[in-house]
Design a protein around this ligand. Sequence first.
Ligand code: SF4
Ligand code: SF4
Length: 193
Amino acid sequence: MKTLNLGESDPRFISEVEQRSGQKISRCYQCGACTGRCPNTFAYDLPVNRVMRLIQLGRREEVLSCSAIWLCAACQACAVQCPNEIDVTRVMETCRQMSAEAGLVSERAIQVFVKSFLGSVKRNGRAFEPGLMAGYMFRTGRFFTDVDLAPVMLAKRKLAFKPHKAGNGEVADIFRRYEEEGPVSCNLESDHA
Ligand code: SF4
Ligand code: SF4
């Protein structure tokens, strides 16, 4: 079993994640219900209840550099299951934001995909899949990633040849506000204090 050196812990980490997510992570008592319901546990390097525990312990780098936070599908199964009403999905999302900001994304391919995805949404108002995949392939050199799926998606009309550009002004405004003002901090309810 791995032994943790608590001297490397950052006691500010839990309050930062709590403030940004609006969730009282210190309430987690490690029942494991979130992990039991998570459909992606098989692929995670850290099960979601362990992510919660490591946040409590202030293990900033271990949490922000794990791949689990990027593999989370935001399905909410953990959140509805938590007996302490912690929105675990929101905690995972917050960790993704903090990971990207701190430059701790576990794999370059993930970082490139996230940047390509956000760039596509910012330009077009929603993801333009062919442009997104072209950017991702070009930057990673993975030229044949999922290329076999293209004919199937075209046949099912799931791929467009042109970006939709619907609502791109409003979406660009959201990006601008985020870049100018930073992420919205959430006030924890007073009974969480
Ligand atoms: S939201 Fe993420 S962590 Fe929670 S159950 Fe779904 S995939 Fe797992
Ligand atoms: S379900 Fe809630 S209390 Fe249980 S381990 Fe997950 S976050 Fe903690």
